[in-house]
Design a protein around this ligand. Structure first.
Ligand SMILES: NC(=O)c1ccc[n+]([C@@H]2O[C@H](COP(=O)([O-])OP(=O)(O)OC[C@H]3O[C@@H](n4cnc5c(N)ncnc54)[C@H](OP(=O)(O)O)[C@@H]3O)[C@@H](O)[C@H]2O)c1
Length: 263
């Protein structure tokens, strides 16, 4: 019999992706739609999120819908997940991906900046994972959660040798969310819920495109593979972690960083 390859088929699955309308999140949305899942994209304010969803649905012949929701608001997040479960569900997987940064020297950072960054990167991830897990525990079935953390959970990014990219709230929020991931994996394992983190290195998205060319060049030089990633290069690891091929993987942080952490 001819080999059919080693495949991942998400037909019959329903996956929520926060921040799934652009950047790395869009690459996840595209990959899971391509694998056959119904996709719920959560966005905060982008005007084109519904068009993005419609196009993706047409391209792969699956249901893809966009939902506006601020993940830093626990109640709104729980309500949106419940609505998605009724609309497209049952929800089987979540990628908690939405994230923001504030780049300023530490002495200029404010409490407002702290709440902006931690509200999305830590509390927003927590709200999303809790809302998904509530759906699953109530129905007594498992699920898989992937959190987009960052290699910034381990390092301080540089703009030149020995010159930091000044975003201490961002880096520390990623350290926090990687530890949050481990705690949730430990608490929810007995419910059949796996929780892992995918930690990208530098990726070409709106988050990085605003930086000066000199900084981008210096950063690329620090990566063994010699370049930033394209968003789609994050998708394989996320799809694997969502799938049953990863049935023994939980509590892990997977770095997709072109080798950056070798140094
Ligand atoms: N780019 C990189 O080099 C890099 C490296 C390591 C880790 N990461 C992480 O990867 C993730 C995605 O990054 P990216 O570069 O793709 O980001 P991006 O292009 O800036 O997109 C951010 C996404 O998050 C959504 N979002 C922000 N705040 C939200 C909120 N309160 N509620 C709901 N959605 C919200 C945005 O929705 P709207 O479009 O509606 O604003 C958008 O879809 C983030 O967690 C980031 O920290 C990125």
């Amino acid at each position: 019999m001819a080999s059919k390859g080693f495949t991942i088929d998400f037909s019959g699955k329903c996956i929520i992706i926060t921040g799934g309308n652009r950047g790395i999140g869009y690459a996840y949305s595209r990959a899971v739609a391509q694998a056959g899942a119904r996709v719920a994209i959560i966005y905060r304010s982008s005007k084109d999120a519904h068009d993005v969803a419609e196009k993706l649905g047409k391209e792969f012949g699956v249901q893809v819908k966009a939902y506006q929701c601020d993940v830093s608001d626990a109640e709104q997040t729980a309500q949106t997940f419940s609505l998605i479960n009724d609309d497209l569900g049952p929800v089987t997987g979540l990628i908690a991906n939405a994230g923001v940064s504030v780049v300023k020297p530490a002495l200029e950072l404010t409490s407002e900046d702290f709440h902006k960054v931690y509200g999305v990167n830590v509390l927003g991830v927590f709200n999303s994972t809790k809302a998904a897990t509530k759906l699953w525990i109530d129905k007594k079935h498992g699920g898989s959660i992937v959190i987009t953390s960052s290699m910034s959970s381990r390092i301080i990014n540089q703009i030149a040798p020995n010159e930091p990219l000044t975003q201490v709230f961002y880096n520390s929020s990623k350290g926090a969310v990687s530890t949050l991931m481990k705690g949730l994996a430990a608490e929810w394992a007995t419910h059949g819920i796996r929780v892992n983190a995918l930690s990208p290195g530098y990726v070409n998205t709106d988050q990085t495109s605003g930086m000066e060319a000199r900084i981008l060049e210096n950063q690329a030089k620090t990566i063994p593979l010699g370049r930033f990633a394209e968003p789609h290069e994050m998708a394989g690891q996320a799809v694997l972690l969502l799938s049953d091929h990863a049935s023994y993987m939980t509590g892990g942080e997977y770095f997709v960083d072109g080798g950056h952490l070798i140094w």
